[in-house]
Design a binder for this molecule. Structure first.
Ligand code: PEP
Ligand code: MN
Length: 356
């Protein structure tokens, strides 16, 4: 069962519900997101206990959730969640663009890519410092140095940053530098890592495993939520099919399906799904038309030299088309485009040569 607390609940009221659960031999799991506090309870409560708890101060309602995932289920909230990341927001009212390099390679490359991202309207900067590569011989990312570069570039441009964490031992280090933690497709079912990011106190971007069902993906989100964190954004990034023309097949239907099953925002990665630059804009349009709350896109100033995923990175001359696609689709879908924050860098020429 899920106990939904009212929007203005105070801690004392949460504690009173936990005490009431304790009195009937149950533990409650408290999970919080922007404007939302819910308490999950395993199993079914007696009718008398449901009635008593329903009338307690701060309780909005008590709902029996049939789905195997509870805290992230749509059933207990008909209004969709928003997730705030610094000044950026991902939710039902906006079409949010996240963009940046696949991997942080150098300070200059990251700064140029960040300017590209911002000029296309991105309000969040992406960039991998820890890269989960299929081959152990491929570039694995700059690690802590990459995190520092990304954080400095993000601060310079006034953009919060999202970056992947691949190992539970790195969660604290990544959380200290990043505004949002990304779980990649290869780690969607790494349950220890999911629990560790759930405890990190930062919003989480959870990509769908490339061979995961939607239910498995939502159960992965539940692992994070069960640690108390409901600030989770789901990301459809393509699944493995028999089709070799694209890197993965973008499962557009996963967007409305996940949104019907869960209250969490759902975005799409048209770069990693198609794996081809020429498909990024059409897939962006498709994603937003299907109701996605945003897209996350790779950009690179010189993709021919990129150490990771160059063929899918948009270049300068693609950005106007990307910006137009997001703006037009947002208008069609009745969504607002968040305005990128102004920053020191906006008031100057893009100056290369960061302090790093
Ligand atoms: C990424 O976004 O950098 C990435 C590795 O994506 P995915 O996990 O979807 O392959
Ligand atoms: Mn990549």
């Amino acid at each position: 069962m899920v106990i939904v607390m009212s929007a203005n609940v105070i801690q004392r009221e949460v504690d009173q519900v936990l005490d009431a659960l304790c009195a009937v031999g149950r533990d409650g799991i408290v999970a919080r997101g922007a404007g939302r506090t819910v308490i999950g309870v395993g199993g079914k409560l007696e009718d008398a206990a449901v009635q008593r708890i329903s009338s307690m101060p701060g309780v909005a309602c008590v709902i029996r959730v049939n789905a195997p995932y509870k805290l992230v289920a749509q059933q207990h909230n008909s209004s969709r969640s928003s997730v705030a990341v610094g000044d950026a927001v991902i939710g039902p009212d906006t079409a949010t663009l996240i963009a940046g390099p696949c991997a942080v390679e150098t300070p200059d490359q990251t700064l140029l890519a960040a300017h590209m991202a911002k000029s296309a309207g991105a309000t969040l900067l992406r960039g991998g410092a820890y890269k989960p590569r299929t081959s152990p011989y491929a570039f694995q990312g700059l690690g802590e140095r990459g995190l520092a570069i990304l954080a400095e570039v993000g601060a310079e441009l006034g953009m919060p940053v999202v970056t992947e964490v691949v190992d539970a031992r790195d969660v604290d280090v990544v959380a200290a530098q990043a505004d949002m933690l990304q779980i990649g497709t290869r780690n969607m079912a790494n349950f220890g890592l999911l629990e560790a990011v759930g405890r990190a106190g930062k919003p989480v971007l959870l990509k769908r495993g490339m061979t995961a069902t939607i239910e498995e993906w939502l159960l992965a989100a539940e692992y994070i939520a069960k640690q108390g964190n409901l600030d989770i954004v789901l990301c459809e990034r393509g699944i493995r099919t028999f089709e070799p023309a694209t890197r993965n097949t973008l499962d557009v239907s996963a967007v409305p399906v996940a949104q019907r099953l869960s209250h969490l925002p759902v975005i799409v990665d048209p770069s990693h799904s198609g794996g081809r630059r020429d498909l990024v804009v059409p897939l962006t349009r498709a994603a937003l038309a299907a109701g996605a709350d945003g897209v996350i896109v790779d950009v690179h100033p010189h993709p021919e030299t990129a150490r990771c995923d160059g063929p899918q990175a948009l270049v300068d001359s693609d950005l106007a088309e990307l910006e137009t696609a997001v703006r037009e689709m947002a208008a069609v879908m009745n969504r607002r485009i968040p305005v990128p924050a102004t920053s020191v860098a906006d008031r100057m020429e893009p100056a290369l040569g960061l302090r790093l």
